[in-house]
Write a protein of this length. Structure first.
Length: 542
């Protein structure tokens, strides 16, 4: 049997989860599904119950309500369950919502759902959505199995093979959507951009293709094209808030923090998602507007008092603000900030029931102890933690742990965690999480005096990839070295050489001309001067 002829077993019943806080709506949907076929159905009233259910079984399809009462919304739950690897990527997600607000639809589309079901729905609309979903899964199952196993290239090979040999019109869009996601995950950004562009050439109203193209261009370093496209979506009500969020991402990536703040000001504070709130906090913090950040987080906490998980997340973010403010102050002026941070961590710990949350709490309290100058207490905290040997999964916790272990003199341990951080960052394809994590790691390295060492390492890795012909990988490493430790001619020259070889006039926020002008304005060694002349001549005749 060919590698691409693997098929899912049909003997097993389709396993369906219903996640809906309204008991009547939950029972009605269950009744509709039972009337349709002999499905294996499990019902949950909130994300916590769903998470517990996933610990003992997987599902083929999940109907998830966007609004889940006094809990995080459906999108936030799905994202957190995927991040925690509790929900397998192959699970088909059908979002159910009565909310047609642009921000809601935008959040849902960000997760690449299989379907969106708008309330009030009919039995016919449920049947149509589910049958399409199950039928598409049967055709996609070999690829989805590869995705669950982390064998993304095999999944892409299967999808390409089927698209080449011919897929029925009914399922072609499902194959194309999966291909786009796989290309982005595999960092084939140019191919992903081409795929989404072709869809938009046929129909400019396909919203998931717009966001896919924007993400491909952003992650691929084509920020100018990305910005132009996003600006074109500002005028449409359905895409306006998401467009401002994207433009804030671009501005923050360019270190234009005032511009990022301005874009996020176009979204009402009560409509800022958790991720958008974190972007605004970053914009405030980088402009030394710590009090603005604190005020925003206090407001978000107050408006989410009844939504425990979200309230908890904003509480932890606020504690981090106070810790950061304490780090920027003299030891004698830290008392109030550290007291506020510890009180907030204590409040949030009432809801911390998993190991990763306990790790987070431990390292934040240990970090506070170090800022107080109490190394003995910090040592006791990390050594008495029963989960101290668990692998850390949150970048924020990793950052705290790096600072704590460096502060306690365990540099080797800190560097191990830093290396894990870098590895985890490579797997991230959510642009906001990538931006926030990258900024946090850079900030940690700056505080610990590791930027020069990191930049040299990035440049060396870039050169290895460049010499082996992997110019697209090399250009990003050279860019990061140049950006992290500016003023080193070798870094700028390597980046310039790579851009010239790739025939790229721009990459992210640098250009060939900008690099040439900067290098021409400083005294270079004779070999570097000759290299600059050689690259400049090559560009002229290209």
């Amino acid at each position: 049997m060919s590698l691409f002829d693997r098929t899912a077993s049909t003997a097993q019943k389709t396993r369906i989860a219903i996640v809906e806080d309204n008991a009547t709506a939950r029972m009605n949907l269950r009744s509709h599904l039972i009337a349709m076929d002999n499905y294996d159905i499990a019902s949950y009233s909130n994300g916590k119950e769903f998470r517990n259910g996933l610990r003992v079984r997987n599902f083929d399809v999940a109907f998830i309500d966007f609004h889940l009462g006094q809990n995080k919304n459906g999108v936030e739950w799905v994202q957190s369950l995927l991040d925690a690897k509790v929900l397998v990527p192959s699970t088909s997600i059908i979002f159910v919502t009565s909310d047609r607000l642009p921000q809601t639809i935008g959040q849902i589309l960000d997760l690449y759902p299989d379907m969106i079901l708008i309330k009030p729905y009919t039995i016919k609309s449920v049947m149509t959505a589910l049958k399409q979903c199950i039928s598409a899964r049967k055709h996609l199952m070999p690829a989805l199995s590869y995705v669950d196993e982390g064998r993304l290239q095999l999944a892409l090979n299967y999808v390409d093979d089927k698209l080449t040999s011919g897929v029925t019109k009914r399922f072609k869009t499902d194959f194309i959507k999966l291909k786009g996601r796989l290309l982005i995950q595999l960092k084939h950004y140019d191919q992903a951009a081409t795929l989404y562009s072709k869809i938009l050439e046929r129909s400019n109203s396909v919203l998931w293709a717009h966001w896919g193209l924007i993400k491909s261009e952003f992650l691929g370093g084509k920020w100018q094209q990305c910005e132009t496209m996003v600006e074109g979506l500002l005028s449409a009500q359905l895409t306006k808030d998401k467009a401002h969020e994207w433009l804030a991402c671009l501005a923050l990536s360019k270190k234009d923090y005032a511009e990022a703040e301005k874009h996020l000001d176009n979204i009402k504070d009560n409509e800022l998602t958790i991720q958008a709130t974190k972007l605004k906090i970053l914009a405030f913090s980088m402009q030394n507007k710590k009090q603005h950040a604190i005020d925003l987080l206090e407001k978000k906490r107050s408006s989410n008092l009844t939504i425990k998980e979200r309230f908890d997340e904003f509480t932890i973010e606020l504690a981090r603000c106070y810790l950061s403010q304490a780090e920027d102050s003299h030891i004698d002026e830290r008392v109030d900030d550290l007291m506020s941070a510890k009180k907030l961590i204590g409040n949030a710990s009432h809801f911390m029931i998993d190991r990763q949350s306990e790790q987070q709490r431990t390292y934040m309290l240990a970090r506070a102890s170090l800022l107080e100058g109490d190394t003995q207490k910090a040592t006791r905290l990390v050594n008495s933690n029963p989960h101290k040997n668990d692998t850390l999964s949150k970048i924020t916790t990793m950052s705290d742990a790096i600072k704590v272990w460096f502060g306690l003199g365990h540099e080797e341990k800190a560097r191990e965690i830093l290396a894990s951080c870098e590895e985890q960052l490579l797997d991230q394809d959510n642009q906001i999480e990538l931006l926030l994590a990258d900024n946090l790691i850079n900030e940690t390295e700056i505080q610990l005096g590791l930027t020069k060492e990191k930049a040299l390492n990035l440049n060396d890795r870039g050169m290895q990839h460049y010499l082996s012909g992997k110019h697209k990988v090399a250009v990003d490493l050279f860019y990061k070295a140049h950006n992290l430790y500016p003023g080193v001619p070798a870094f700028s020259l390597n980046l310039l050489q790579c851009l010239a070889d790739l025939n790229l006039e721009y990459y992210k926020d640098v250009s060939l001309q900008l690099l040439i002008d900067d290098l021409s304005s400083i005294n270079l060694s004779t070999p570097n001067q000759q290299k600059l002349i050689s690259i400049r001549d090559k560009i002229k005749f290209a």
